[in-house]
Design a protein around this ligand. Structure first.
Ligand code: WT7
Length: 656
């Protein structure tokens, strides 16, 4: 964010009180109520979370101890036994919710399907039994590579039901990226579909799976379960591939949920970091179930009659916590949509809101900015009066986008809930509670009850009001990640050592910069590490650099983010070619395509600049700060005294 942008948000004086009518029936009704919850949780975290766990979830066996904290290792609800699929399904079947819509699904071509809790339960049990037949056992990892269809949620719940660990890979990732993730997790089986519909095209997911598994390069994978979605001709590998619609004919719809330990692994989800390959973030059963459940209930004020739509993909944590587990654990009705706004229907999101009477809508700032660009005529042509709350996530929301969301979509009636959180945190961490918290456009406001968040310097000391610092969390919380899959040391290094512990106080380092204003509101300023955020998707610069360097023409590459009006950031790559290659337009295109094949379309560089040198320190470190300034056309400011060869800057500027 530029300094002027920072200035303008720090002088943001608009403040929006929770609407009185909204507050009157909300779960948390006033700022005083929020403060009381917050103080209670801070004074007695075990009492606070223990009571909620008892009240909100079903347990097969109660825990012995709420929290065992041996920093940075947390165990929540020690020795408790439960199953999240039971909490998301079975327990609702003994109530009137049995025939309530659990999942309303809209396909991109316009087909649709509604599953009640009883129907969803039946399908989950069947898929769980099919997985068992395929040899999947408790503790095995199952890769899920799916379009946005009900079976994506069914697959996750089926794994959870039998104690298998799912590892969902976003359907937009390439075969190469899928290959790495399946290998990294040693997946035993993969659940996929023949394909899906995206932007009026068929995407061939099964073909990507075949490529990812080619020549037995992922030896752990024994079976592939394939859901029929597009009906296109699909290769089926004998002995390995099984159609879901065939396999389910031979299994019972009865599959009791396996009693799992609170700390049994529920899922792995890969996310980018500033170094090395993506990390497999590990979440466990009990704490995650409670945390995704409570955060949704309070921050989105989820009520029995709500129709909740989160526009994310199940391939991201947002889809895990707020399409699948949070809504279903609460017994809510959730909407799932296969499509995205596209030239043939730029107003499709508003069609979905109108068609199903969506009451709570949750999307990303990048989507909001593209709606602004597409024009008010699209939302204005639909009836959006069912909406009562608007959520946002993924990157800092600029006040202008916030105001448009509030006025044009919410008709100045719906609270805007800006939720700051991460794959690692499992659920919302800093967020308004809509019946309680006065909001300021661009601020995620205050920490959720039970979250001891602060803005500190590198020694862990709180910084003064409006001074920049690092966002940290000082106490464990139930939804926190437990480790990096098979790499505890990386977990410790990435999150717990940036700010060294002192006097027994540990600091969870989120990787985001932040400021607190004079009223204690938290303003997230964006990543402080080598991670860039493109359209709310997190990408490591090193990951993209490795993809570039794996092309025979590339000798060296440096990747930085450049501010982008719609996407937040776009990717700029500086590339040094091997001697025998010439910088041509064709090569430029080829390299962009190469990154798409190595990672996926979300990592396609917006710009590649060829160069014969890069600004480096005398010790050979690339000076990204300078490259960032160059990429965005800004003057080089600050200290350049450590630069080895000043001539490089002039050359790069000339070439821009
Ligand atoms: C990073 C986490 C959590 C689901 C989506 C992304 C950025 C996320 C906000 C927000 C400012 C935000 C941060 C964070 N971020 N939400 N409301 N305001 N920044 O999950 O891929 O794990 O990325 O997204 O930089 O660290 P993720």
């Amino acid at each position: 964010m530029s300094e002027t942008a920072i200035e303008s948000i720090l002088h943001e004086e608009r403040i929006f009180q929770p609407p009185a009518e909204f507050a009157a029936s909300a779960h948390v009704k006033s700022l005083d109520e929020y403060k009381a919850l917050y103080d209670r949780a801070a004074k007695d975290p075990e009492g606070f979370w223990g009571e909620l766990a008892e009240r909100e979830l079903d347990w097969f066996e109660k825990w012995d101890k709420v929290l065992d904290w041996q920093p940075p290792v947390a165990k929540w609800f020690v020795n408790g036994k439960l199953n999240i699929s039971h909490n998301c399904l079975d327990r609702h079947l003994t109530t009137w919710r049995k025939n309530k819509a659990a999942l309303i699904w809209e396909g991109e071509p316009g087909d649709s399907r509604t599953l009640t809790y009883a129907q969803l339960h039946r399908e989950v049990c069947q898929m769980a039994n099919v997985l068992k037949q395929l040899g999947v056992q408790k503790g095995d990892v199952v890769g899920i590579y799916m379009p946005m269809i009900p079976e994506a949620a069914i697959a996750m719940l089926a794994c959870a039901r039998i104690g298998a660990v799912h590892s969902v890979v976003f359907g937009g990732f390439s075969a190469e990226a899928l290959h790495d993730r399946l290998n990294g997790a040693e997946a035993k089986a993969v659940i996929t579909a023949d394909g899906g519909f995206r932007k009026d095209k068929v995407i061939t997911l099964k073909e990507q799976v075949d490529k990812a598994l080619a020549n037995n390069t992922v030896p752990s994978v024994q079976k592939v379960l394939v859901v029929q979605r597009t009906g296109e001709e699909t290769h089926m590998e004998p002995g390995r591939d099984v159609w879901w619609h065939e396999a389910r004919q031979n299994v019972s719809a009865d599959c009791p949920a396996e009693p799992l330990d609170s700390e049994d692994m529920l899922f792995i989800l890969y996310t980018s970091g500033s170094t090395g390959k993506p990390k497999g973030v590990v979440h466990t059963t009990g704490g995650y179930n409670l945390y995704s459940h409570m955060t949704l209930k309070w921050a989105f004020d989820l009520q029995e009659t709500d129709i909740f739509w989160c526009t994310a993909d199940v391939g991201w944590i947002t889809g895990h916590s707020y399409i699948v587990y949070g809504p279903l654990s609460n017994g809510a009705t959730m909407v799932m949509y296969e499509g995205v706004p596209r030239p043939s229907n730029p107003g499709c999101f508003w069609d979905v809101v109108e068609k199903y009477g969506v009451t709570i809508f949750y999307t990303a700032p990048t989507a909001i900015r593209s709606f602004i660009k597409a024009g008010d005529q699209h939302p204005n042509a639909r009836d959006l009066s069912s909406l009562r709350l608007l959520g946002t996530v993924g990157e800092p929301i600029n006040p202008k986008a916030w105001m448009w969301y509030y006025q044009v979509i919410g008709d100045e009636r719906c609270p805007v809930v800006d939720t700051w959180w991460q794959t690692e945190t499992g659920g919302f961490m800093v967020t308004p509670l809509p019946g309680a918290t006065p909001t300021k456009p661009g601020s995620a406001t205050f920490p959720f009850p039970g979250i001891v968040a602060d803005v500190v310097d590198l020694d862990g000391n709180p910084v003064g009001n409006s001074e920049g610092g690092y966002l940290v969390v000082k106490q464990p919380w139930p939804g926190m990640m437990r480790t990096v899959y098979k790499n505890f040391e990386r977990f410790r290094r990435s999150y717990w050592e940036h700010i060294p512990p002192k006097d027994g106080q540990y600091f969870y380092f989120a990787g985001d910069g932040a400021r607190k204003d004079e009223d204690g509101y938290i303003w997230i300023m964006g990543r402080v590490d080598d991670v860039i955020n493109v359209s709310g998707h997190r990408l490591g610069t090193m990951e993209i650099e490795s993809a570039l360097v794996s092309h025979p023409s590339v000798a060296e590459a440096a990747v930085v983010g450049k501010p982008d009006e719609i996407r937040g950031e776009s990717i700029v790559a500086f590339v040094i070619l091997e001697e025998e290659y010439e910088p041509t337009d064709e090569l430029n295109k080829e390299l962009k395509q190469h990154v798409v094949e190595e990672i996926g379309a979300i990592a396609r560089p917006g710009e590649i600049r060829f160069s014969d040198d890069l600004p480096k320190t005398r010790s050979g470190k690339i000076m990204r700060r300078l490259l960032r300034s160059l990429a965005s056309g800004q003057e080089i400011s600050g200290d350049t005294s450590t630069l080895q060869d000043r001539g490089v800057l002039d050359k790069l500027r000339g070439g821009a």
